[in-house]
Every structure is written in structure tokens, then in C-alpha cells.
Write a protein that binds this ligand. Structure first.
Ligand code: GDP
Length: 460
């Protein structure tokens, strides 16, 4: 059978660290050890080759390109517990960092690195039969993931126009923040994402940090606690690609199921159960309704909107991925219940609606995880019209404070960026907010009728 592969790209510190946490999760679920060896030879548990290249029999190499402007995080990988799993050729680092400035990542670092990046990507693609597309991990607040990441996305758009591009974007939180100009970087990167990813998972460090603090009782959460939670969500989201050999399992599905208007592709994600190992309670859920209700509670979301009104904040689309022993009948009943109880209110038009994924293989719980083991779980990926409130709170308001003082603008102009690019990006975010509002008052529909997706397979 022809294989359909996915290539992963990690850019910058957050990208590398998050990406590798996801690889750790995938390996645990496939029973692959840190050297890329299957622990039990030939135990064909799922479809490895979508995400891994089978180098020799039972030896698997992630289809992964790691890119950083400076060598330290890459060195950690080369000497860390996954040292032998990745090939050095695909661990790419420059030798000066992007100093947390988008313009530097995009321009000078970009110029130094982009040819090598393109070259390595070609090599990765040569090892694929029929690559479906890319998953890209990066933060928007720093300089490399944000700036070099945006340049990379531009190149992907030109070189691999028809391939799916799914972004996993870490948004800044004041609790984990490393620099003053994150609002500028995040604004610029989001402006690029609007045109260059098909689907973007908004990973709001602030929200995930709160989950670690409040639900998992970690007194001082760090990036690794946050990454491990995100990895659980991504694991459930991709399990149909990794385990089921369904003919229609395709990377394009996310866009088809979740996005009606190309720009409005910023997803809200959540999972349940979220119970701390420290709580010492049983987490065997039999009631799918309770499990799902939890998942739709903003306390479980990886994005914070500041406020949420389930009647006003409507969904354009929502996918629920169940893992463990969940019957489709139970899932269908639950969807009906969600609608009847107004826990999920869909926009009037266009209705891409609900999509359910079922996978009997549970998500692996690692020793290092903070959450308690479970027999079933559910992950939500949804396109909610309230997402601009997060952009506002986390990015735009802070941008406006800095910009009104003309603070740090010379850091950007010094790196070959015109001030106009900053204001243009800022305006674009204002338009985005308006576009989401227009969906609620049904004004967007006329211009966009050609883009409305009409697939109705699997919807309820
Ligand atoms: P870059 O290497 O220049 O792209 O810079 P970073 O990726 O370190 O970007 C800084 C932003 O990413 C800040 O908002 C950090 O809080 C966040 N960050 C850094 N490392 C991690 C990580 O491993 N996980 C998460 N979730 N966020 C991170």
C-alpha cells in the first residue's frame, strides 16, 4: 500500500522542546525506545511509518526537522535521552540567536539558514511516498520560532503549495515570559499565520500554566509540565492518523472539518479528565457525558478567553476525539445532549458542525506525567468565535501599550524591518477580530461562498 506521511518541523526553543515531548508520547504509544527501536520486534501496533521512517527493520527515525538559530537546545538533544533517535543531519542549528526579535529571526538568521532548511526538507520528502503535509511546532513570542518560523511557512507555501500545514503555536504568558517584546513578535507571527497555515492550534501558555497550577497542583509549573499536557492533546488529535488505517485518514481532514473561512483557523483545544496524580482518586470514567461536559468547561481549555458565554460564544465547528472503550452510540447521545443543553451552540451558517473520532487505543501515560492515568479520555479541537478575546488580552493590548510609547521599535528597524510592517500586522489582527464578529452576524458568507466546505460525512 502506498504510504501517506507527515513531516514534523520544530523551530526555536519552544518548538524543539514541545516537539520532542510529542515524540516521546508517540514512542510510548508505539513501544519504541529512546534509540528508535521497537521494544518488541515486529509488534505492528498501528501505522508507524506515517510519522517515522523505518530505517532498518524495527528501527524507526522520526520524520522530523529540528531548526534553531543557536546550538544549545540542539546540543541538549544530541546529548540527551533521545540522542540516538534523531539523525544529526536533521538537527539544524546556526550559531547566533535571534535575541527574541522576530525581525532578526526572519531576516538575518533567516538568510543564514533558509537554504539549509529547504535542502533538509527536500531530503525528508525524498524518503516519503506521498507526503500529506507538515506539522509545525513553534512559539510566537520569541525570535526564532516566530521570525524564522514565519519565513519557513512562506517557503512551504511556495514549495509545497498543496500540502496541508498544521501549526502548533505557543502564545505567551506573563508567567513564563522571557522578554518584553513578545507582543510585537506574537502580532507579527499571527499576521503570517493568517495566510500560511491551514489550521493553527492556539496553545496559550497562560491557560495551560493555570491548569498545571490549579488542577494538577504543581506549585511552580515550568515549560516541561506545560509541554506534557499539550502532547496529550496532540496525541489524541493524531491517533487516527497513527493507528487506524482508514482510507480517509488524511491531514487535510482537520481543515475540512474545522475551517470554513481560510483566515478563521485558530483552534481552541481542551481535554478531560485532567486529574492530578497527587489526588489519588480513581479516574475510570464510565459516564461519557460527564467526561465530555468537563472537556467543554473552560477550566479544561488550553486557551483562556477571560470570559465565556456558552450561548453567545458560538462554535463554527467542533471535533471530539475519544480514546479508550467508547461506543459510537454513546458518543452520538452525548452530542445530542450537548446540543439540547446548549453546552455547544453552533453558528447559524455555515454549519460544519460536530465531528467525532473514536479510537480504542488509550493515550499512553508516562512516568513523568503529572496527570493521573485514565481508561478513557476526550480531546476537543474547536473553532470558536470567541478566540479574538484571547488575542486581545494576550497580544493586542500589550502591543498597543508598547507601541503607544514607541517602545523598542528600533530593535526591529535595526533588523531591516520597517515600522509599517508592525502596524500592518496590528491592523490585520483587528480585521481578524471583525471577521469573527461578521460570522456571528452572518455577514461573511457572501464573499466566501466558494470556500464553504460541503462534506457531510461523519457529521451529526
Ligand atoms: P525562540 O527560540 O527564539 O523561538 O524563543 P522561544 O521558543 O524560547 O520563545 C519564547 C516564548 O516561548 C516564551 O513565551 C516562552 O514562555 C515560550 N516557551 C519557551 N520554551 C517553551 C516550551 O518548552 N514550552 C512552552 N509551552 N513554551 C515555551
Amino acid at each position: 500500500v502506498e504510504m501517506k506521511e507527515v513531516v514534523t518541523i520544530e523551530v526555536g526553543q519552544a518548538g524543539l522542546q514541545l516537539g520532542n515531548t510529542v515524540w516521546e508520547q508517540y514512542c510510548a504509544e508505539y513501544d519504541i525506545d529512546n534509540a528508535g527501536k521497537q521494544k518488541v520486534a515486529n509488534s505492528k501496533n498501528g501505522e508507524f511509518r506515517v510519522f517515522f521512517e523505518e530505517a532498518t527493520s524495527d528501527q524507526f527515525v522520526p520524520r522530523n526537522l529540528a531548526i534553531d538559530s543557536e546550538p544549545s537546545v540542539i546540543e541538549e538533544i544530541k546529548t540527551g535521552s533521545f540522542a540516538t533517535m534523531f539523525k544529526n543531519e536533521f538537527l539544524l542549528s546556526g550559531n547566533e540567536d535571534a535575541a527574541n526579535i522576530f525581525a532578526r529571526g526572519y531576516n538575518s538568521i533567516g538568510r543564514q539558514m533558509i537554504d539549509d532548511v529547504n535542502d533538509r526538507l527536500r531530503k525528508l520528502l525524498d524518503m516519503c511516498d506521498n507526503m500529506m503535509g507538515f506539522m509545525i511546532y513553534h512559539s510566537v513570542g520569541g525570535g526564532t520560532g516566530s521570525g524564522l518560523g514565519s519565513l519557513l511557512l512562506e517557503h512551504l507555501a511556495v514549495n509545497y503549495r498543496k500540502k496541508a500545514k498544521i501549526g502548533f503555536e505557543v502564545y505567551p504568558s506573563s508567567n513564563l515570559s522571557t522578554c518584553m517584546v513578545e507582543p510585537y513578535n506574537a502580532t507579527l507571527a499571527t499576521h503570517w499565520l493568517l495566510d500560511h497555515t491551514d489550521v493553527s492550534l492556539v496553545l496559550d501558555n497562560e491557560a495551560i500554566y493555570s491548569i498545571c497550577l490549579n488542577k494538577l497542583h504543581i506549585s511552580k509549573p515550568d515549560a516541561s509540565n506545560v509541554n506534557r499536557l499539550i502532547a496529550k492533546v496532540i496525541s489524541s488529535m493524531t491517533s487516527s492518523l497513527r493507528f487506524k488505517r482508514e482510507l480517509d485518514a488524511d491531514l487535510n481532514e482537520y481543515q475540512t472539518n474545522l475551517v470554513s473561512f481560510p483566515r478563521l483557523h485558530f483552534m481552541t483545544t481542551a481535554m478531560s479528565p485532567l486529574i492530578s496524580k497527587m489526588d489519588n482518586v480513581t479516574t475510570d470514567f464510565n459516564d461519557i457525558q460527564i467526561l465530555t461536559g468537563e472537556c467543554l468547561n473552560p477550566a479544561n481549555w488550553l486557551v483562556q478567553y477571560t470570559t465565556f458565554d456558552p450561548l453567545e460564544d458560538k462554535y463554527m465547528a467542533i471535533s471530539l476525539y475519544y480514546r479508550g472503550n467508547v461506543q459510537s452510540k454513546e458518543a452520538n447521545h452525548t452530542v445530542q445532549w450537548l446540543k439540547d443543553q446548549n453546552k455547544v451552540v453552533l453558528t447559524e451558517f455555515p454549519v460544519t458542525g460536530f465531528k467525532i473520532g473514536l479510537d480504542e487505543i488509550s493515550a499512553a501515560i508516562l512516568e513523568t506525567d503529572d496527570i493521573a492515568a485514565f481508561n478513557k479520555n476526550v480531546v476537543m479541537i474547536s473553532n470558536n468565535t470567541a478566540i479574538p478575546r484571547m488575542f486581545n488580552k494576550r497580544v493586542i493590548q500589550n502591543f498597543d501599550v508598547l507601541y503607544s510609547q514607541q517602545a523598542f521599535i528600533h530593535w526591529y528597524t535595526r533588523e531591516e524591518m520597517e515600522e509599517g510592517e508592525l502596524t500592518e500586522a496590528r491592523e490585520d489582527l483587528a480585521f481578524l477580530e471583525k471577521d469573527y464578529k461578521d460570522v456571528l452576524i452572518e455577514r461573511l458568507t457572501d464573499d466566501y461562498t466558494d470556500d464553504i466546505n460541503t462534506t457531510d460525512e461523519g457529521y451529526f
